[in-house]
Design a protein around this ligand. Structure first.
Ligand code: PBG
Length: 331
């Protein structure tokens, strides 16, 4: 027997029942938002090669998928659209019969209680793949902030008209939350919340998403509008500004490499915080699991718990259905 006093931390780890009693962070199905990709056509269901288990679906099949998501108890989906055609103005984003607008109407018709969140951005709809209007200059190109605001506002309003429950601007133009809030209010949608991608980094973790959404920039990159991932103070400033401009929910994106930002945002701000467990985070787990290098179920649980423990109230993840199944299974 050691003679020095030992603090017995292990007493509360002796068995699963006791561990369960003192567990500080638990996941519930209401924490999750499921990301979905909608494509033109009928009967289309294509797996994204870099996102195994994630499918791009046409509206008819997407509606069935949404029924399943709702049955599993997941409260919300986040929709991304791939239009029939792209142009310089990204007009498919705000067309009243655009792919997202059609998808939202169909989902709300069949699964009215599922919350439908729409991504507000131009990158899936522009021929150049940038999130705003592009202006050529003598030194290359520039993404025109102010000219983009009106198109983003139109996009949000057209999505609300189609029945979207929440709009989620992901473009990172300055002033877009205020522009969208104002346009929604003026169009009779003062009741529609904005979930802003407030601290969104210029990140290599979006690679697989860009394959799924066909939204990779055709030239240049997004570093002149998305955040430099080195910056913590600036991330807090972005979040504070979005809240001031009228954001109801603010997001940190990506999630796993940015838990410090989620934690700091949780301490500083009183609005709900969402974290986006992005495509690259999903792909890394899937790839390692396929090689037999990681236990997928356990790693997913650990990652999502960590994101919640850091302070996220909501987690957008392509794992949402898997976790929902696990949560409803008898333990
Ligand atoms: C932009 C948008 C992106 C993602 C969500 N919205 C990609 C980008 O900024 O290039 C990425 C999501 C993911 O990686 O899962 N509309």
């Amino acid at each position: 027997m050691p003679v020095f006093p030992i603090v017995r931390m292990r007493r509360l780890r002796r068995n699963e029942t006791i561990r369960r009693m003192v567990r500080e962070t638990t996941l519930t199905v209401s924490d999750f938002i499921y990301g979905l990709f909608v494509v033109p056509g009928k009967g289309v269901r294509q797996e994204v090669s870099s996102l195994p288990g994630v499918f791009r679906m046409s509206v008819d099949l997407l509606v069935e998928e949404c029924e399943e998501v709702y049955q599993l108890g997941v409260p919300a989906v986040l929709l991304f659209g791939i239009p029939e055609s792209k142009d310089e103005m990204g007009s498919g984003a705000y067309a009243s019969d655009g792919i997202i607008q059609r998808a939202v109407r169909a989902i709300k018709d069949r699964v009215p209680d599922l919350a439908v969140i729409t991504d507000v951005c131009l990158c899936e709809y522009t021929s150049h793949g940038h999130c705003g209007l592009v202006k050529m200059t003598d030194r290359g190109f520039e993404v025109d902030n102010d000219a983009t605001l009106e198109l983003l506002a139109r996009t949000a309003v057209s999505q609300a008209e189609a029945g979207a429950d929440i709009v989620a601007p992901s473009d990172m133009m300055d002033g877009r939350v205020r522009a969208i809030r104002q346009a929604l209010d003026q169009s009779g949608f003062s009741h529609i919340p904005i979930m802003s991608y407030a601290a969104k980094m210029a990140s290599a973790f979006y690679g697989p998403f860009r394959e799924a959404a066909e939204s990779a920039p055709q030239f240049g990159d997004r570093t002149s509008y998305q955040m430099d991932f080195s910056n913590r103070r600036q991330a807090m400033r972005e979040i504070a500004l979005d809240i001031e401009e009228g954001a109801d929910i603010v997001m940190v994106k990506p999630a796993l490499a940015y838990l410090d930002l989620i934690a700091e945002a949780r301490r500083r701000f009183d609005v709900p915080i969402a974290a986006y467990n992005v495509s690259g985070e999903y792909a890394m787990v899937k790839a390692a699991a396929k090689l037999g290098w990681l236990d997928e179920d356990r790693i997913v649980w650990e990652i999502l718990t960590a994101i919640k423990r850091a302070g996220a109230d909501l987690i957008i993840t392509y794992f949402a259905k898997d976790v929902a199944r696990k949560l409803s299974a008898p333990s």
